[in-house]
Ligand binder design. Structure first.
Ligand code: HEC
Length: 148
C-alpha cells in the first residue's frame, strides 16, 4: 500500500516536471493572445514598416534598443526578456526569440504597442516621448532579428 502511494506521488511529481518543462520550451500560451484592443487591431495590422530589413537599419535599431530607449533593461541583451527589473507588475517582458510569438504578430501590432504600451503591464508607451516613429520602426527591425 505504502509502495503504491509513493509510486503515485512520484508519477504526479513527474507530470509537474513535464508540465514545467513544456512551459519553458513552448512558452506561455498567454503571450500569443493579441495585445491590441479588438476595435483597433484591424487598422493596426495594415501598418507596415517603411524601412527595409537591412543590416544597417537593424544596427540603428540595436543602438536604440541598448541605448536611449533602455528596452534592454527589461527585454535583456539576448531578447529573452530576462532583464532583471525589480517590482515588475504581473506580466513578464516578452521573449523575442519565441518563434511562435514572432509569427503571430504583425509589424503593425508591435508598432501599436510602441505607441500605446501594453495596457496593464510595465510595457510603456515610447512614441512620441522617447522615440520618433522612424526610430520605433528601426527598433522593431532589431526586435524581429531575435526571431531569426
Ligand atoms: C520597464 C520594462 C520594459 C521596458 C523598458 C520595455 N519593455 Fe517591452 N515589454 C515589457 C513587458 C512587461 C512586456 C509584456 C507586456 C504584455 O504581456 O502585454 C513587454 C512587451 C513588449 C512587446 C510585445 C508586445 C506584444 O505584442 O506581445 C514588444 C514588441 C516590446 N515590449 C518592445 C519593447 C521595446 C522596443 C522597448 C524599448 C523601446 C521596450 N519594449 C521596453 C516591459 C518593458
Amino acid at each position: 500500500m505504502e509502495f503504491v502511494r509513493r509510486g503515485a506521488c512520484i508519477t504526479a511529481l513527474g507530470w509537474v516536471l513535464v508540465g514545467t518543462a513544456n512551459l519553458v520550451v513552448a512558452g506561455d500560451p498567454n503571450v500569443l493572445k493579441p495585445r491590441v484592443p479588438a476595435d483597433q487591431i484591424d487598422e493596426a495590422k495594415t501598418w507596415q514598416n517603411p524601412f527595409p530589413n537591412t543590416p544597417e537599419n537593424i544596427e540603428i535599431g540595436k543602438n536604440i534598443f541598448h541605448g536611449k530607449a533602455f528596452c534592454v533593461t527589461c527585454h535583456g541583451k539576448d531578447g529573452t526578456g530576462l532583464g532583471n527589473i525589480p517590482g515588475l507588475r504581473g506580466k513578464l517582458p516578452r521573449n523575442f526569440t519565441d518563434k511562435a510569438w514572432q509569427a503571430t504578430r504583425t509589424d503593425g501590432e508591435l508598432f501599436w504597442i510602441l505607441k500605446n504600451g501594453s495596457p496593464g503591464t510595465d510595457m510603456a508607451s515610447f512614441v512620441p516621448l522617447v522615440l520618433t516613429e522612424e526610430e520605433a520602426w528601426h527598433v522593431l527591425l532589431y526586435v524581429r532579428s531575435f526571431g531569426q
